[in-house]
Structures are given as C-alpha cells and as structure tokens.
Design a binder for this molecule. Structure first.
Ligand code: NIG
Ligand code: FE
Length: 426
C-alpha cells in the first residue's frame, strides 16, 4: 500500500492505543509498547503501526525517516491551560515566596484579578503575539494539541476578545486548539460584593453570546468542541453559583468542565460528575466518596502537579488513590501566570511521578490518550492508532521512562503534525 511517510526503527513505539475510550485504573499502566516499531502515514493520518518488518512489508512511502532506535510517541495533549493573558505575576511570585497565600492575594484584588487588568488593556494583536510565543514553547516540549481557557477578561467585551485571540491562535499556529469559556474564573472588581449579579451576567449575557460566537466560528465548522468551565472555590464561585453556571451552559449545548477541589472541597467534584462534565480538574481536596463516583463515570480527572510544585507545596492531589480506585486520569500543565508558569508536559509528568506516585507509563497515558478524551478529542488525537491524526514525536531516548525521569532539559527531538515534520530549533 502507498503511504506518504514511514517512521521506522523506533526502539520503542509507544502507541497509547486504547480502542476508543480513556484508560482507567490498571489500564493506565499499559502504553502499548511495540519494540522495533514503525508508523505509516497517509493524508496526515496514521494508516499503520506495528513491527518495522510488518510495516515494511505492507507499505511503501516517498519519505522514510529512521528513528534511530529512539522512542516514538503520540504528540502530547495539554488538556488545561490559560495561556492567553497579558502582563506578569512576578511580584506575586515574590510575595508567595515570603509566605502570602494564593486565595488571600485573590481576595485582595491581586492574583487572577491583576492579570485581568493587564488583559483588559491589551489589544487583540498583543494578546495573540504573546500567546503565540507560549504555544511555541509548548510545541518545543512536544505538545501538539492544547485546550485554552478564557477567564482573564471577566467582562463581556474582554472575554469575547480572548475568544477571538484563541481562534486566531488556532489559525496561525500548528498546535490544534480547543477553546473553553471561563468567564467564571473569578468575581471581577465591579461585582466584588455581589457575585450573584456577576453570575446573572454570565448566565444571561456572556454564555449565550459565547455560544453564538462558537456557532459562527471555524471551530464549529471543523467539529472542535467548545466547553464552559467554572472555578468552584472559596473566594471564587460557591457550589450554588457553579451549578447555575454549568446548568445554563449545558442547556446552551456547551460541554462542561470544572476547576474543583484545588484548595477547598465545596462539592464541585460531585456536581461536575453528576452533570456529565468531560473533566474535573485539580482534585486536591476530592473526597473518597467522590473518587468512587468519578471511577464509575465517563468524566476524566485532570491533575495539575505543576500548581502544587509552583506553590512550593508538599501536598498534591492523591493521584495514586485516584488511579487505584479505577478513575481515568489526565495530566496537564495548567500553564498560566499565577499558579503554573510551565509550558512543558514532560515537566508535569516528572512532578506527577515523583510527588503523586504516578508511574511513567501512567503519566504517558495521562498526557496523551486520556488528555485527548478530557477535551473531547479522544477520537482524533492522543494515540498512535489507525485513523488518528499523525501527531507524532521522536524522543531522544531508548526508554520511554526517561521522559518522566529526566528534568530541566528537553528530550523532544522531532515533532510531526498531521504527518509533516516541523522545522524545529531545539
Ligand atoms: O487552574 N485556579 C484557577 N485558575 C488557575 C490559576 C489562574 C491564575 O492564577 O491566573 C489554575 O490554577
Ligand atoms: Fe486552571
């Protein structure tokens, strides 16, 4: 059979093949390794994956790339980011080193709110330019698909500006993007003492407007999903407010996600699971009962180890318990200026392995196939399986465990997006 590209001689071909569903519990330790593997690509899609001798027998291709015995993996999927923003939080970084608390900073008009001020002032071009730079860093670390949230506007005009920036980034950047509407990221200063009124605005104006925008956008035309999200947390949105927002979003046909249990358990995990959220994210304070519910649901649990690491915390979400209880877990960078200034999925894997007792194989599935399901793209990306987009990495190691072991550098050697090798300066 004719193919456009064959990548052969992968010492380990890591397929993360899952047969159309996220991996949960013990399945997360299986990454579908094929020793001496090859991948065949045609029309930007994977048409074959298997032992090199079998692929060589089945396919011929114009472009043939020798992986040199290195590890070949699916491109990483970063399922939770906030990379569209202006300004920085470097002063806050120093305050936190000196002992200031994240939620207290937020309550005093700093934190997310300080990024909101800069983001409101920035024009669309500036936002796109700064965010493009962040996407470049993510790509260099092997991310080929990313979710991006709004949430630094907190007024209708700026939230719509953020959506416009996200759409523009998807058009100009090779990374595929899934948009998430997070007007419920924090209560803006204008509504400081009246959060319910801001929730009225979100439900009555912002969500409907965002949905109309989506339906007219290229995302809708290309069948990319659109999610609504809420930060269910003390000093952000309580359970009743979160429920109102997510119910309104769902009635408009948004998929739903929720930031839950980052610091305090307000019941957000149960709410998200009961509402059929595609993911619930953070999970530091999730209860045993909610872990059981998560294990029995289709919702993916997203862990964000970079956040705890960046806070200098020694406490992390109990990913070991989540996996051992049968949950499907994904890992993200949560790349954002306040809690996780990290573009690198491998770095998030490194922290998850050390501090959350996640095994390298589990971290690999968490960063690929499960992350794809956590943003509604499990049928398109996240694994090396026939029919999937040919988003593939050649990683400069002979053993995949090195990806979750070595830190501070970058092992990604080559990135293929839809079967095309990207020009790539390491
Ligand atoms: O996922 N917790 C809420 N949102 C982000 C932080 C955003 C920020 O601090 O700017 C998070 O950690
Ligand atoms: Fe977040």
């Amino acid at each position: 059979m004719k193919a456009d590209l064959i990548i052969y001689n992968a010492g380990q071909l890591i397929t993360c093949a899952s047969g159309g569903k996220p991996k949960r519990g013990a399945e997360m330790a299986d990454i579908g390794v094929i020793e001496d593997g090859s991948v065949a690509v045609a029309g930007g899609k994977i048409v074959g994956a298997g032992r090199s001798q079998d692929i060589a027998r089945q396919f011929e291709a114009e472009t043939i790339i020798d992986a040199g015995g290195k590890v070949v993996t699916p491109g990483f999927v970063d399922c939770h980011t906030h990379i569209v923003y202006a300004g920085d939080r470097l002063k806050e970084f120093e305050l936190k080193i000196k002992g200031a608390d994240y939620l207290e900073i937020l309550a005093n008009g700093g934190g997310i709110i300080s990024t909101v001020k800069y983001t409101r002032e920035a024009d669309l071009e500036e936002l796109v330019e700064q965010s493009r730079n962040r996407l470049n860093k993510m790509l260099a670390c092997g991310t080929t698909t990313a979710e991006i949230k709004t949430g630094y506007g907190l007024d209708t005009a700026t939230e719509m500006k953020m959506l416009a920036a996200i759409a523009e980034l998807d058009k100009i950047h090779v990374i595929d993007i899934v948009p998430t509407f997070l007007a419920a990221h924090a209560v803006p200063p204008e509504y400081k003492d009246n959060a319910d009124e801001y929730v009225d605005l979100i439900c009555g104006e912002m969500l409907p407007k965002a949905w109309d925008w989506y339906v007219a956008s290229h995302f809708f035309a290309q069948n990319t999903p659109f999610f609504a999200d809420v930060f269910c947390e003390k000093n952000a949105f309580d359970l009743a407010q979160s429920e109102r927002i997510l119910r309104t979003a769902k009635a408009l046909w948004f998929g739903v996600k929720a930031h839950v249990d980052e610091f305090n358990n307000l019941g957000g995990s149960r709410l998200g699971i009961e509402m059929g959220a595609v993911s619930i994210d953070h999970l530091d304070a999730i209860s045993d009962e909610e872990i059981e519910l998560l294990a029995q649901s289709d919702t993916v649990g997203i862990i964000t180890p970079t956040v705890n690491f960046n806070f200098g915390s020694s406490e992390f979400a109990d990913a070991r318990k989540l996996i051992d209880s049968g949950c499907a877990i994904a890992v993200s960078t949560d790349f954002n200026p306040g809690s996780a200034p990290c573009p690198s999925i491998p770095n998030a894997m490194v922290i998850a392995c050390r501090y959350q007792k996640v095994l390298p194989a589990e971290a690999m599935n968490a960063a690929t196939i499960n992350a794809a399901f956590a943003i509604g793209l499990g049928d398109r990306v996240g694994s090396i399986e026939i029919g999937k987009q040919a988003d593939i990495l050649i990683v400069d190691t002979k053993d995949y465990r090195q990806i979750a072991y070595e830190f501070g550098g970058n092992l990604v050697d080559k990135v293929f997006k839809n079967g095309t090798e990207l020009p790539f300066a390491k």
